[in-house]
Structures are given as structure tokens and as C-alpha cells.
Design a protein around this ligand. Structure first.
Ligand code: ADP
Length: 497
């Protein structure tokens, strides 16, 4: 719980606002590919808005897409970054986003990259190692000594490892503590090992890491960070198990005392059914009945039977094995004896797209839309009844939070952030429930929970209870920011706050 008195007693130890150097490969609205971009866009602003106003500064690569935008960029400084084949000229520009200073790093490995993630980790490794080391050099030149280095995922992990290597011999960084946030553990940065060496970052021989991981960026970050967190408490626990630990569960167990989970927030301004301009009819918890008109219009738009009494199931997803998209077609086939319609929106793996396309062809009551369409996604959240999220693993997940905020009840696998945010419907204590959870990553388990959900749907009083409780939940970034502030203070004071 947020306790300003407790916070202020610890803050007194730090006369000036806490300085946080925030490194990520993407940050909305400058550049966003996935969930990491949402976090790095929203969290610094939410932190800066807290009464304790930490001084958060974000560093990003100056991707060609950002350079081409109309953003107002002020040159700050230039310097060289070591590379074994010769120094790399680095230029830094500054801008401000939502009141937060952003530094943008330009140099040959960034300028030559046409996309954020190329899929070639050797190339991306050069780009992100350069970016990480340049960010560390930048703050030295600015004489802006960070109290906390807060790095995200493998792309910024080389900065954490670099800090550990230089700390004892470098007065500037001697007191800087590091936090590494893991958004998706299996992405360890395989393929980037050569890049680390080329920038002078050696393998961590004889360390606690398994041999195969001692030259991988994220693993080195996990080894070196003073504290580690991930984006939900549930995923923090799961990371310690063979099923979710990406073969690092043994090593992570040795860091258990420093590993926590903090749920991501949701941009409550952008995701608000009361103001969402993509919705034909806007509504709130108090005017929930208006939602039916959205459903009617959505059914018409999709060419489905325009009967609002028939439950409309939805899935909006990256088509990926992680997301359990392959579990859905067989599960829907198993419940064809029941009355429902479905819409699936997504893009990704070709074979998953193909199966989904076939499902549409085989069933008139299923509509598959294989593209990325932000506005349609919003109309689906605002008009369908149940949102399916059968993920095999889910570090946090946004879809369930958006669904609940829009009165679209989530039905999800009980894993990671999904388990942490959804309370399963149990008839005996349904007064707290907000959705439906199933345990096994199988089509049978998914079909069973669909049957359970559809039975409740026919009791509209109970269904509306689920909708209303979900709509009332607080998924604000402010709540997450307070937890991060506690973690920073714990790092600085060396004790639990
Ligand atoms: P991840 O970042 O792992 O893909 P999240 O649940 O954190 O998953 O976020 C997914 C976001 O992307 C949600 O806002 C969801 O609505 C959106 N999304 C996914 N696929 C599509 C699509 N095809 N069209 C529009 N929005 C999509």
C-alpha cells in the first residue's frame, strides 16, 4: 500500500530527487513495437508525476523512423564509443515527452538499422550494445550521476553488466544501483554474444551462470543487476520453474531474494469506453446497457447474425505459439453444440493464420480478420462478450485489462499476469470474480471453461456482475509507479521499504 509517511522517512536520506537512468529499446509514442514500448512510454511519466518526483531520464536509440518524424530534437553532445575495429562516433539529441527528458543516441549501428528488431540478433546486438554503452558514457559527460540504472530486457542489459564491471574502479558510478526489468524471459539475446565481445564486454567465466549463458546479454544482466523484476508477481514465481525459466531457473533461484514482480498499468486515457472515439456508442459502468448497440453494429460490420442475445466470443492476438492461438480452433469445434458466434483478429505466424482462415471458411458463425487493426480491436472490446486469452505464458498481458475496462469478460489461461489480474468465477463466491481461468494449456481445458462461461452468460444478472466488477478495477500506471518507487528506495537504502 502507498504510504507517503513511510516513503518520506526513507526519502529524507536522499536530499535531492532520486535520479533514474531509464534505458529501453522502444518507448511510446516515439517508437512502439510491443508491450515494452507501452511500459517505457507510460512508466517514466507516471513516476515523474508522483509527489516525490524522481528525476527520470529516458535514453533511446535514434532510429531513422524517429529522425524522420517532426520531433523537435536539440543536439546535446558528441563523443566516441569503443569498438575493437575502431571508435564509433556518437551524437546525442534531446527532446521532451510528457514532461520527461528523452535522450536519443545516434551512431553508425543505429543509423543503419531500418527496423527496431531486425530478427538478426548479431546486427541488433551491435546496435543495442552500442546504445547501452553510449547511454552510460552520456551521463558521465553530462555529469548527471544516476542513483538508479533501470534497464529493460536484453537490449539494455549490456549497460547493467558494464556497470558491474567498472563500478569498483569508477568513482562516477560507484554508488549507482541497477534494476533490470524482464518483459519476456526467453528472449535472452542469442546471437548477440559476438557484439558484446567487440565492444569489450567479456564472457562471465566462472560465474554463477550456466556455461551456455555466460555470454548472453540478458543472462549477464540477470547476473549483474542489484535487483531484478518482471511485469507481474505471477510471472516472477513462474520464472523459477522449468516450464517458464528458459533453462535459467536454477540460476534464477540463486537470485530469488532480489527478484520481484510489478504489474504493468494500462493507459487509462487511451483505453476508456466513455471517451473512445473508435466506438460507435460510448458507455461507462453507469450506462452499461448502451453497450448492446455496439454489439449490434459490430455483428453487422462482421456479417454475423445480428442477434445480440447470442454470446459473441472474441480473440485479439499476435498469432504466436506463446499466445496459445493454436488451442482455439479445436476448442471451438468441441462446443459447436452450443449457441455462440466468434470473431478472431490477429496477424503473425503463417500456419496459425491459415488455420484461423480455414475456421472462418468452415463455420458461418466465425469471422477471422487477419490483419492489425487498432480501431477494429477497440470496437471488438466494446461490443463482444468474452475475450479469449489462452496464452502458454504471459509476463503481464494488456488484453485482459483492456477487456475488463470495456466490460468484455476475459477467459484466460491461469498463468503469469493473467492469473494475477483475473479472479476466476466460482459460483459459491462469485461476488469477487471478474472472469474465467483454466489451468492446462489444452483445447479440452479451454473448451470446458468456455462451457462454464457460456452457462453463466445466460444468467444476465451474474454476467453483468462480472462486467461491472472488471470495469471498476484500478489498472492505473500510478499504482505501478508507486511500486517501482518503493523498489528504487529499497535499492538505495539497502532495506525493505
Ligand atoms: P503482447 O505485447 O505480448 O503482444 P499484450 O497483451 O501485452 O501482448 O498486448 C497486446 C496488444 O496488442 C493489445 O492492446 C491488443 O489489443 C493489441 N493487438 C494484438 N493484435 C492486434 C491486432 N491484430 N489488431 C489490433 N490490435 C492488436
Amino acid at each position: 500500500m502507498y504510504n507517503p509517511i513511510r516513503l518520506s522517512s526513507v526519502l529524507r536520506l536522499h536530499m535531492a530527487p532520486i535520479k533514474v537512468l531509464f534505458l529501453a529499446a522502444e518507448a511510446a509514442p516515439l517508437i512502439k513495437i510491443g508491450g515494452l514500448g507501452d511500459v517505457a512510454g507510460s512508466l517514466p511519466a507516471a513516476l515523474s508525476a508522483l509527489p516525490e518526483s524522481p528525476d527520470v531520464r529516458v535514453v533511446l536509440p535514434l532510429y531513422p523512423q524517429i529522425k524522420k518524424s517532426s520531433l523537435d530534437l536539440t543536439p546535446v553532445t558528441s563523443f566516441e564509443v569503443f569498438h575493437k575495429d575502431g571508435p564509433l562516433l556518437t551524437k546525442v539529441f534531446q527532446t521532451e515527452v510528457n514532461g520527461v527528458p528523452f535522450y536519443l543516441i545516434d551512431g553508425p549501428p543505429v543509423a543503419s538499422s531500418s527496423v527496431v528488431y531486425s530478427g538478426d540478433n548479431n546486427l541488433d546486438g551491435i546496435k543495442f550494445t552500442f546504445f547501452s554503452l553510449a547511454a552510460m558514457e552520456l551521463v558521465k559527460i553530462l555529469k548527471w550521476k544516476p542513483d538508479i540504472l533501470h534497464a529493460h530486457d536484453w537490449h539494455a542489459a549490456p549497460a547493467v553488466y558494464h556497470l558491474r564491471l567498472i563500478k569498483n574502479s569508477d568513482d562516477f558510478f560507484r554508488k549507482t544501483k541497477s534494476l533490470l526489468t524482464v518483459h519476456n524471459l526467453p528472449y535472452l539475446g542469442h546471437g548477440a554474444e559476438g557484439a558484446l565481445q567487440a565492444f569489450g564486454l567479456p564472457r562471465a567465466h566462472m560465474s554463477a551462470l550456466p556455461d551456455w549463458a555466460e555470454h548472453l546479454p540478458l543472462a549477464l544482466g540477470l547476473l549483474s543487476a542489484d535487483k531484478i523484476n518482471t511485469v507481474s508477481p505471477g510471472y516472477a514465481d513462474e520464472m523459477l520453474t522449468p516450464e517458464f525459466g528458459a533453462h535459467l531457473e536454477g540460476f534464477l533461484a540463486s537470485r530469488k531474494a532480489d527478484l520481484t514482480g510489478i504489474l504493468n498499468g494500462l493507459d487509462l486515457v487511451s483505453w476508456d469506453p466513455e471517451t473512445d472515439s473508435s466506438l460507435p456508442v460510448r458507455y461507462s459502468n453507469d450506462t452499461l446497457e448502451k453497450r448492446t448497440e455496439n454489439k449490434k453494429l459490430l455483428l453487422e460490420e462482421l456479417g454475423l447474425t445480428p442477434d445480440v442475445k447470442v454470446p459473441l466470443l472474441a480473440m485479439i492476438n499476435r498469432m504466436d505459439y506463446q499466445k496459445g492461438v493454436d488451442l482455439v480452433p479445436p476448442a471451438l469445434e468441441m462446443i459447436t453444440d452450443l449457441n455462440w458466434q466468434a470473431v478472431i483478429l490477429g496477424t503473425g505466424e503463417k500456419d496459425l493464420e491459415e488455420t484461423t482462415r480455414q475456421l472462418d471458411l468452415d463455420h458461418t458463425r466465425i469471422r477471422s480478420v487477419l490483419k492489425y487493426d487498432g480501431a477494429l480491436a477497440r470496437r471488438i472490446y466494446g461490443g463482444s462478450d468474452l475475450i479469449l486469452i489462452p496464452s502458454r505464458y504471459e509476463p503481464c498481458g494488456l488484453t485482459q485489462m483492456i477487456g475488463m475496462r470495456y466490460g468484455c469478460v476475459p477467459l484466460a489461461r491461469a498463468t503469469g499476469g493473467l492469473k494475477d489480474t483475473i479472479v476466476d468465477y466460482q459460483a459459491e463466491h462469485s461476488g469477487k470474480s471478474t472472469g474465467f481461468l483454466f489451468e492446462e494449456a489444452t483445447s479440452e481445458a479451454l473448451a470446458d471453461s468456455l462451457r462454464r462461461a457460456l452457462a453463466v452468460y445466460h444468467d444476465q444478472r451474474r454476467w453483468q456482475g462480472l462486467q461491472r466488477r472488471g470495469m471498476k478495477l484500478d489498472f492505473s500506471w500510478e499504482r505501478s509507479a508507486v511500486e517501482y518507487l518503493y523498489l528504487y528506495l529499497e535499492l538505495l537504502s539497502g532495506r525493505r521499504v
